[in-house]
Design a protein around this ligand. Structure first.
Ligand code: XMP
Length: 527
């Protein structure tokens, strides 16, 4: 699939977060964005010329897992310190500043991990720590994770705060516009962490909080119009948050030039397809091709029991049906895709040239040879930003708060052969699980909650009758990113309610089990 370099959509003020290999870079970028200033993560190999070309308002150097003393320790192009762009180093970042500018980094003692008390150095003038953040009368509780520490500040720098094992926990050189802290202001456990980051972003780097949802919409609307001109654009609507928000945004930009295609695989959650038609077609007036393809999927899935074979069958048929239904749109030149920033970062494609297709997530991944240029209006956004954007565009909560749902749908939640009957049973049970979780007010705390239909039967008794029915397995997990997950500690009374409702309301089910497996070793889905 072809993907020309996307139009420039960088806002006026940009904060670059230089990644030194820790998991913290993303968190820092998100904190900056929460302060309504746009930020992007860049590799530490970025050159001074590249930085200059991006014209950032500020640069933040992230933490990292290495010691500055090891041979392959990542460095920063030292000319970047001379650009006059305000720089803020965090943890590894401050150690690098000290080392590269002629100070000294040494083992500070035993190192510090976790909560540490920091105090002001008497008499030292600070621009980073106004009294409102830390005055002489008290200590600040900060989050540390370091072995080495700055022991001599470079010329022109003053140390303004210290902890037991970091004598120079904060160093500052306002004349050169360089500041650094040994602790992690981006983590929640650091007292005044947000205020401190904002002190740097607003007061020291002169940024203004102008990157708002409205400004994102305006900018993307303009960029989409510029990219597609008067051509037709198609968008596959799966029901997921990303494609829904991308479609709504593109529709805001080009209205009738957008045609959405929704392939109902018959493996969707209960009433999901109807809701897509209702929201996008009836409420928003988007041109929508609704393909009711359940029968074809069931036919194709007859006798297929092996999980990967099922995924493959569903994925291939999906692509074929999508193509059949867009083939008539001969004037279509563009395809909307809901690629998000984490996908871009993971593929190393921050420069806007990489085209990303989620590989594991095969359904909705369209064939390489489709001669359509990609429109990716969400490629600079994190998931929670996409949800906020969707709400701002007027999408209902049921769509913007929707949990992730596998492309192959209920197909991978029915163990063994998929039949219309089993899908019906699972849809009913699944709707009960999700409704009860929502009524308990736990929707936002839970990453995914759903039902699985097992391919076994067990004996039970209902009234005077012996039953021989199927079990439903309830799965509810908490997670940050689906890479790891833990089973949710749902209250017993909630589990009881879910169990009795499923048994009473869903015919053919006589037993409910709760899955208490974390990931790893389990996966979130059962297939
Ligand atoms: P697992 O089961 O691997 O799931 O722990 C991790 C996340 O990915 C989703 N998932 C899929 N999404 N196509 C998709 O689009 C798939 O084949 C697929 N399998 C799992 C799953 O729901 C969870 O959010």
């Amino acid at each position: 699939m072809e993907n020309k370099t996307a139009p420039n959509t960088t806002p006026e003020q940009l904060v670059l977060v230089v990644d030194f290999g820790a998991q913290y870079a993303q968190l820092i970028a998100r904190r900056v964005r929460e302060a309504k200033v746009y930020s992007e993560i860049v590799a530490h190999t970025i050159s001074a010329a590249e930085v200059k070309a991006r014209r950032p308002a500020a640069i933040i150097l992230s933490g990292g897992p290495k010691s500055v003393h090891v041979d392959d320790a990542p460095k920063l192009d030292a000319s970047i310190y001379q650009l006059g762009v305000p720089i803020f180093g965090i943890c590894y970042g401050v150690q690098l500043i000290a080392q590269q500018l002629g100070g000294e980094v040494a083992r500070g003692g035993n190192g510090e991990y976790g909560r540490t008390l920091m105090r002001r150095i008497a008499g030292a003038q600070s621009t980073l720590l106004p009294d409102s953040i830390l005055d002489q009368s008290r200590d600040l509780s900060v989050w540390m994770s370091h072995f080495d520490a700055v022991t001599r500040a470079p010329r022109g720098f003053v140390a303004t705060a210290s902890t037991p094992d970091a004598p120079m926990a904060v160093i500052e050189n306002p004349a050169k516009k360089i500041w650094g802290v040994q602790f992690h202001p981006e983590v929640m456990h650091t007292e005044q962490g947000t205020e401190l980051l904002q002190q740097f972003i607003y007061r020291l780097a002169g940024c203004t909080p102008s990157w708002t949802m409205d400004s994102i919409i305006d900018m993307q609307v303009a960029a989409v119009r510029q990219q597609v001109g008067g051509q037709r654009v198609v968008c596959g609507l799966s029901g997921g948050v990303d494609s829904a928000v991308a479609a709504a945004l593109v529709h805001r930009a080009i209205g009738k030039q957008l045609t959405c295609v929704h392939v109902d695989t018959g493996l969707m959650r209960k009433n999901e397809s109807a809701q897509i038609v209702e929201t996008f077609h009836r409420a928003m007036g988007i041109e929508l091709v609704h393909v009711d393809a359940g029968a074809r999927f069931f036919e194709r899935l007859a006798g297929v029991t092996e999980p990967e074979a099922k995924r493959k069958a569903i994925g291939e048929l999906f692509v074929r049906i999508f193509e059949e239904n867009t083939g008539g749109l001969t004037d279509a030149k563009f395809l909307v895709q809901g690629t998000l920033y984490p996908d871009v970062i993971e593929s190393g494609g921050q420069d806007g040239t990489a085209s990303v297709i989620k590989s594991h997530h095969n359904v909705g991944g369209l064939p390489e040879d489709m001669a359509l240029e990609l429109v990716e209006p969400l490629r600079s956004l994190f998931k929670d930003e996409v949800r906020a954007l969707g709400a701002q565009l007027g999408l209902p909560d049921e769509i913007v708060l929707r949990q992730p749902f596998p492309g192959p749908g209920l197909g991978v939640r029915i163990i063994g052969e998929v039949t219309p009957d089993k899908v019906g049973v699972l849809q009913d049970a699944d709707a009960i699980v999700r409704e009860e979780i929502r009524l308990a007010g736990l929707e936002r705390e839970i990453w995914q909650a759903f039902a699985v239909l097992a391919d076994i039967r067990s004996v039970g008794v209902m009234g005077d009758e012996r039953t021989y029915g199927r079990p439903i397995i309830v799965r509810a997990v908490t997670s940050e990113d689906a890479m790891t997950a833990d089973w949710a500690r749902l209250p017993y009374h909630l589990l009881e309610k879910i169990s009795s409702r499923i048994i009473n309301e869903v015919a053919g089910v006589n037993r409910v089990a709760y899955d208490i497996t974390s990931k790893p070793p389990g996966t979130i889905e059962w297939e």
